[in-house]
Write a protein that binds this ligand. Structure first.
Ligand code: ATP
Length: 369
């Protein structure tokens, strides 16, 4: 039986971790806990410090300040090769002149195990990553996806407590990447160890992770589940990095402790919950409301709804087969907003210049200072 208490224990703690190169601060005070057995992602734009953070956990970089523990032990002065971590790199670092089995067994060469035990472990590891029977193949003859699996098997065979993955799928084409995302997730659940993934691809992070740390400029902007990051981003910067969000100028007043009244351009007045203000706010600050494209819908002519209705004009549309993306300029608003609609059978498609009635809900609003 799975021990849920153990699952919630931190395997890695970061306390005010700093890293600077000369006078350049790559990490500016990172504090976080990464839990045992979770799929954790470091997500952010290029240069935000996610690889640096992964490398400090691995022990390839020394901290400039703060504290890092893995499995309850302070990692100060502990070299990479004795940490309970293992890293899978973007460039798979496969030895092309060796066989698949020799590549996978490489890390075991100094382990005090019999040859038969090593062979058994290699077979198990290959089985785990879906390469059963590939042991005798030459590594140079493998496809990109297969090389990635070999790299994974080679890292897992050492039974690390934490597997570190630095953009492991970025060299694969789209189809292969999507397949490997599902497989990595399945593999992580199967082996039950903590995976820490570095990625700049928000979709990849949302699909795979239990929790995600969104990083900008050497700091964690928000650490949350995919659902919370998407629904309750703490800032416009996070909201814009994860998916698409429309912003409208807004004014808010607190009516009482549990209700906030918002007046949003184009939408009108709405009462929202304090949790729809995830970044906090002080009276008097300028605000905007955010609303996701798929939380709104364009009504058919004559269609009725019990949702709120705003009106505007279609400025543009883009047809994507399963979806149509509309650019609608609400009455009284300068910039058009994006609304996404599933293309259902019988649903008419609006053309540029047509009037549109837009249904929306107060619960879908997020207020930003
Ligand atoms: P990417 O997705 O492009 O790899 P990243 O978020 O992983 O970006 P890092 O590689 O962690 O970013 O780099 C963070 C910052 O630290 C960058 O501005 C980078 O130029 C700088 N940096 C990283 N390593 C060094 C180094 N050895 N010496 C000097 N600066 C460095």
């Amino acid at each position: 039986m799975k021990d849920t208490r153990a699952a919630a224990q931190p395997i890695i703690t970061l306390e005010k971790v700093e890293k600077y190169y000369g006078d350049y601060y790559a990490l500016r005070g990172i504090t976080a806990e990464i839990r045992q057995g979770e799929f954790f992602s470091l997500l952010g734009p290029s240069g935000c410090g996610k690889t640096t953070l992964l490398r400090t956990i691995a022990g390839f970089e020394e901290l400039s300040g703060g504290r890092l523990t893995i499995d309850g032990k302070d990692m100060k002065g502990v070299p990479a090769n004795v940490r309970p971590t293992n890293m899978v790199f973007q460039s798979y670092a496969i030895f092309p002149h060796l066989t698949v089995a020799q590549n996978v067994g490489f890390g075991l060469r100094r382990e005090p195990l019999s040859r038969a035990e090593k062979e058994r472990k290699v077979i198990e590891a290959l089985d785990m990553v879906g390469l059963k029977g590939y042991g005798a193949r030459a590594a140079h003859a493998l496809s990109g996806g297969q090389r990635q699996r070999v790299a994974l098997a080679r890292a897992l065979i050492l039974e690390p407590k934490v597997l570190l993955l630095d953009e492991p799928l970025s060299a694969l084409d789209k189809k292969m990447r999507e397949q490997m995302q599902m497989e990595l997730r399945r593999l992580q659940r199967q082996v039950g160890i903590t995976f820490i993934l570095v990625t700049h691809d928000q979709e990849e992070a949302l699909i795979m992770s239990d929790r995600i740390a969104v990083m900008f400029e050497g700091q964690i902007a928000q650490l949350d589940t995919p659902q919370m990051l998407y629904r309750r981003p703490v800032s416009r910067q996070v909201a814009e990095f994860i998916g698409v969000m429309n912003f409208l100028p807004a004014k808010a007043t607190v009516t009482d402790a549990t209700h906030i009244e918002v007046e949003a351009a184009g939408l009108g007045r709405a009462v929202i919950d304090p949790e729809q203000l995830p970044g906090g706010w002080h009276p008097g600050e300028t605000q905007s409301v955010g609303i996701r494209p798929e939380t709104m819908s364009i009504l058919f002519p004559g269609e009725t709804t019990d949702r709120r209705v705003a009106t505007g004009v279609v400025e543009d549309r883009a047809y994507y087969g399963d979806m149509t993306y509309y650019e609608v300029r609400l009455d009284g608003v300068e910039k058009p907003m994006t609304i996404s609609m599933k293309n259902l059978v019988g649903r008419p498609v609006l053309e540029r210049g047509e009037q549109a009635r837009v249904a929306w809900d107060a619960r879908s609003l997020v207020l930003f200072a």
